[in-house]
Structure formats: structure tokens, C-alpha cells
Ligand binder design. Sequence first.
Ligand SMILES: [Ca+2]
Ligand SMILES: [Ca+2]
Ligand SMILES: [Ca+2]
Length: 131
Amino acid sequence: MSRLALVAAAASIVILGTAGGGYAATVDETVLMLNFKAADSNGDGYVTEDEIAADSAAAFSSLDKNHDGFLTPDELGPHDAAAFAAIDTDHDGKLSFVEVMNYKLKLLTPFDANHDGRWSIEEVRAFDASR
Ligand SMILES: [Ca+2]
Ligand SMILES: [Ca+2]
Ligand SMILES: [Ca+2]
């Protein structure tokens, strides 16, 4: 199974601007489940911030082609410049891992409906549906 991350996938969809495409709902649901299971490394049915960070680190390093610890627009390929700018909080034109994680957690936190600091598949589905 690929190390495509749950939120990495969600955030990269935001960055790359591929949301709202031709995916049927059933395909979305399958991708959602696969990403969730990949991120839920201890298999307890929840993803935690630590699991998201571990999963995101793998996705981040696979995108960081020159391994300098930052994602630049050319490394991301076609993407949504407005989304990139929103993630690039220090406006240096590149995304650090911390910027990516902060952005993901900012997006995900409102969907931790029971405030237990972890995300169930239902909570992630609500997040996914909001995009
Ligand atoms: Ca880089
Ligand atoms: Ca930056
Ligand atoms: Ca929760």
C-alpha cells in the first residue's frame, strides 16, 4: 500500500486543485478509506496528530524532490497558487513541513467533533465532504 496520507492527500488535493473533478462518490469513498487505513498505523480506527505527522512526512519527502526540506511550486507541479500562499505562512515562497502540518491541523481540527484529539473515519468523512 502506498504511503499516501489521509490528510496529506486531502491537503494535496487542496494544493493541487484536483478537487471537484470527475470522481464518483464511490471512488471518493474508496480512496478515503484507503488513505485512512494507511494513516491509521496502529489500526485502532482513529488517526492521531502523530499518525498524521508520520504519514505526512512520507508524503512530504516524496514530493521534496531535491530533499532540501521545503516544497517549492515547481516540485508540486500544477497547483492552486492561492492554496499555496495560504499554507506558506512566512511568505518565503516555499512550504516547510511545519507549515504543511499546521495547515492540515487547522483544516482538520474543526472536524474533531468529540474533541478527543483524534479523528475517526466518520470525522474524516465529514471533513472530506466539506471540501
Ligand atoms: Ca524541495
Ligand atoms: Ca514558507
Ligand atoms: Ca475525534
